[in-house]
Design a protein around this ligand. Structure first.
Ligand SMILES: [Zn+2]
Length: 169
């Protein structure tokens, strides 16, 4: 069931999907998550905010569908499989787009920030090697395209490669 029309999709994830949530946010997806949401809250928020409920809990999935909500149930637990399934189901771009990244911690869209504004809080090496920085307007976390993001990119490329192989068969 699709309730969101042409609007960009928004998600809400159950409390077992913290890691997947962080990845989806980095991919620019709007994902609401706290470890504290109970099932009734998840259903209510999904309904009120027209969010797709992502879950590992089949009973919760069934309740969502019965209530007319859009939900996605993951059978597997491997992060790469979950990402891959979602990308196929909702046609999400599986690329790190520097202009469309959300804070992995709090879901706000990152804003570009001048080095001079944030360098007092950074390590010397980081200041030396990197010139582009982004900051979360929600929690003030600073981001740069360091080894962590490069690793993420590598993993995404591997998943893309795997998906291509599946499509070609
Ligand atoms: Zn943040």
């Amino acid at each position: 069931m699709k309730s969101s029309g042409d609007l960009p999709l928004k998600f809400i994830a159950d409390n077992m999907l913290g890691k997947l949530t962080r990845w989806l946010r980095i991919l620019g997806q709007d994902v609401k998550y706290t470890a504290k949401f109970v099932d009734s809250e998840l259903l209510k928020i999904a309904d009120n905010e027209k969010r797709v409920l992502l879950t590992h809990d089949f009973m919760l999935y069934k309740r969502s569908i019965t209530n007319g909500l859009d939900a996605y149930y993951f059978e597997g637990t491997l992060l790469s499989d979950c990402l891959s399934e979602l990308v196929t189901r909702y046609h999400l771009p599986l690329v790190l787009d520097i202009n469309n990244i959300r804070c992995s911690l709090c879901n706000n869209k990152l804003k570009s920030v001048k080095k001079a504004e944030i360098q007092k809080n950074l390590k010397e090496n980081t200041i030396f090697y990197y010139n582009k920085f982004w900051k979360c307007p929600g929690c003030d976390q600073v981001y740069w395209f360091g080894s962590h993001w490069k690793q993420i990119n590598k993993t995404l490329n591997q998943i893309n490669f795997k998906n291509d192989e599946v499509y070609e068969k």
